[in-house]
Design a protein around this ligand. Structure first.
Ligand SMILES: [Zn+2]
Ligand SMILES: [Zn+2]
Length: 301
């Protein structure tokens, strides 16, 4: 059956009982329900037209996710696979973004590991080197430090998941708490890639793939950072933000103060305002709305 956008009722059902949400988070959910773009019917080449997925509700998430950060294993580690150099963004900047996005979880960077010498499976596809994504995960997953919640390996090389596929943006194995994400095709220097902010594209893929390591499935409720994508065009159109359903899952994983999260995220967007102009505006708007006095007659106390 072709994909059908969810009804308002189905979205409310996906959010489920909000009794585990703080009052501040509950009011954020209201704000996000009014400000998150609805998901539309997919075009013939879009992810949702090609891949059949079932929606994951907040309750499904809480029930079925494999891991959550614990006091002993709380750190999200980024492992750069060398070479990782300009025009690709500084790893420190990517770290900062991921830490803001997954506030209040901590993100740390491991010393870079040279790709050469890892003994990875590779191939030449359309004249370029590609690395087998599963072989990266198999090699680096065991290097996750004991206090690590998950490991995100990043590379500027192109990846493929299996021989029949032409490429893949990222590959995660949540059971191994590990994923590898390639920024190769986000680089305007890559054949066929349109110009655009490499920082913005890299931050988006990093947040999306890390979401999978937290157990988030692709989002079928709104246009959202967790939407699946089949092409660069589709991932370009994917919003930076999580929808209320996906953010609700993150809240149930590790509760947070929405005000603090948006302050940290807003500071990042402000520091990189040429790459995130609309997001900076949106965060400011959300902060104002969260700070606004509750609706009702102010004269009656
Ligand atoms: Zn995905
Ligand atoms: Zn979502």
């Amino acid at each position: 059956m072709p994909f059908r956008p969810p009804t308002a009722r189905e979205i409310v059902a996906a959010l489920g009982s909000q009794s585990k949400f703080s009052p501040k988070f509950r009011s954020l959910v209201d704000i996000l329900m009014s400000r998150s773009p609805p998901i539309s019917r997919p075009g013939p080449d879009d992810w949702l037209a090609q891949i059949k997925e079932t929606p994951q509700t907040v309750a499904d998430y809480v029930l079925h996710r494999k891991f959550a950060p614990s006091p002993e294993r709380s750190i999200i580690y980024i492992l750069p696979l060398a070479p990782f150099a300009p025009p690709f963004p500084p790893v420190a900047t990517l770290r900062e973004y991921l830490e803001a996005f997954y506030f209040p979880n901590r993100v740390a960077v491991l010393p870079a590991v040279p790709l050469e010498g890892l003994g990875l499976t590779t191939r030449i596809f359309e004249g370029r080197l590609q690395i087998h994504a599963g072989s990266v995960v198999a090699r680096v997953a065991p290097t996750l430090p004991p206090d690590g919640f998950c490991l995100c390996a990043i590379t500027q090389e192109d990846l493929y998941p299996r021989d029949s596929w032409s490429f893949v943006f990222g590959h995660t194995e949540p059971s191994k708490r590990c994923g590898v994400f390639s920024f190769a095709r986000y680089n305007p220097g890559f054949p066929g890639t349109p110009s655009g902010s490499l920082l913005r594209r890299s931050c988006k893929v990093l947040a999306h793939e890390t979401g999978h390591l937290f157990g988030l499935k692709h989002c079928l409720h709104y246009r959202c950072a967790m939407n699946g994508s089949n092409s660069l065009e589709e991932s370009e159109g994917r919003p930076v933000f999580l929808c209320p359903v996906c953010l609700g899952k993150m809240y149930r994983c590790v509760p947070f103060d929405p005000l603090l999260r948006y302050r940290v995220l807003g500071a990042f967007f402000d520091a990189h305002r040429t790459d995130f102009p609309e997001e900076l505006e949106e965060v400011r708007h959300r902060l104002e709305m969260i700070n606004a006095p509750p609706r009702g007659d102010p004269k009656r106390r």
